[in-house]
Design a protein around this ligand. Structure first.
Ligand code: ADP
Ligand code: MG
Length: 291
């Protein structure tokens, strides 16, 4: 660990993070228990030829209404971690817990929005796309599902497009439909895997703005993956920095002070530079094997 990491870990945000993590184990926790707990999670892919370790003993807690960001270079295991939280990949060690209960598989309490624009079945209209998981999970009847779908389409500014098919929409609009579809399910945690990475810079900025405006209204709990330092600072209230492959926790940064308005300012630039150093200055550590 470098002096910079050590200093960061002992700075006030880290003191409070450490305290809440410690308090999560005994019964008499000081604050509300974390909604999502990722504890010592190692994830692997097994192919006939070899085993690829994607993350190594990653731990973090996400509290209700936080915007928690996983930030790290391409290939560090961010998507794999998100899939483990979603319940698609079981950890080889450690545990993911939601509301104190171990995650054993996918569920309607964790919905993922992906980067790809083809996550919406093309033969369904926009409204049918949003209704589908509500009907499939039997959480609502047809009438209620339709009303819920129209409500969320309105919230993402797409009420007028309820009857069209996905191919008639721009990339940004498709992502809005995916967000509406996810939030309509009222998940305990919304999981987003680089949802804006394939968009042009202006659309991306607008989507970040809209996501933050939605969060202001709804206060959902967000676990958001990105490899962009700027996006992490804008979107996140807290950021977990992951080392290059295999991903390990390198630091946690409190970023609630930053938003779209602070982008480009001196404090924002300084924070971005500090994160860059933390992510890349001690590369050799990433190749060490586990003890
Ligand atoms: P990120 O999302 O941070 O870019 P990923 O979670 O996609 O990273 O991948 C983490 C590591 O796991 C990478 O080294 C990647 O090559 C490997 N990996 C991802 N998916 C598979 C797979 N299906 N089979 C084997 N290895 C994989
Ligand atoms: Mg990824």
């Amino acid at each position: 660990m470098t002096a910079a990491t050590a200093a960061l870990r002992t700075a006030p945000p880290f003191a409070s993070v450490a305290a809440s993590a410690a308090a999560a184990v005994p019964v008499a926790a000081a604050g509300p228990a974390p909604l999502l707990q990722v504890e010592g999670v190692s994830l692997e892919y097994r192919t006939p030829e070899r085993v690829v370790r994607a993350t190594h003993r990653v731990s973090f807690d996400v509290h209700a209404a936080e915007r928690f960001v996983l930030l790290g270079p391409s290939g560090c295991g961010k998507s794999t971690l998100l899939k483990a939280v979603a319940g698609f990949i079981p950890p080889v060690e450690g545990e993911v817990r939601l509301d104190g209960r171990a995650v054993r598989g996918p569920g309607p309490d964790r919905i993922v929005v992906f980067q790809e624009f083809d996550q919406l079945p093309p033969w369904k209209t926009v409204k049918q796309n949003v209704m589908f998981p509500l009907l499939a999970s039997r959480s609502l009847g047809r009438k209620e599902a339709e009303a819920r779908a129209l409500h969320w389409l309105d919230r993402v500014g797409l009420a007028k497009f309820a009857g069209v098919h996905p191919h008639q929409l721009s990339g940004g609009m498709k992502q809005r439909v995916a967000i509406a579809r996810a939030l309509a399910m009222q998940p305990r945690v919304l999981l987003m895997d680089e949802p804006f990475a394939a968009l042009d810079a202006l659309t991306r900025r607008r989507m970040q703005e809209e996501l933050l405006a939605l969060w202001e209204e709804v206060r959902f709990t967000l676990l958001f993956v990105t490899h962009s330092i700027e996006e992490a600072l804008v979107v996140g209230s807290r950021i977990a920095l992951l080392s290059p492959h295999p991903g390990r926790m390198r630091a946690e940064i409190n970023s609630h002070a930053f938003g779209l308005a602070s982008q480009g300012g001196t404090d924002f630039q300084a924070a971005a530079q500090r994160i860059h150093r933390l992510l890349f200055e001690h590369e050799p550590q990433a190749t060490e094997t586990a003890a």
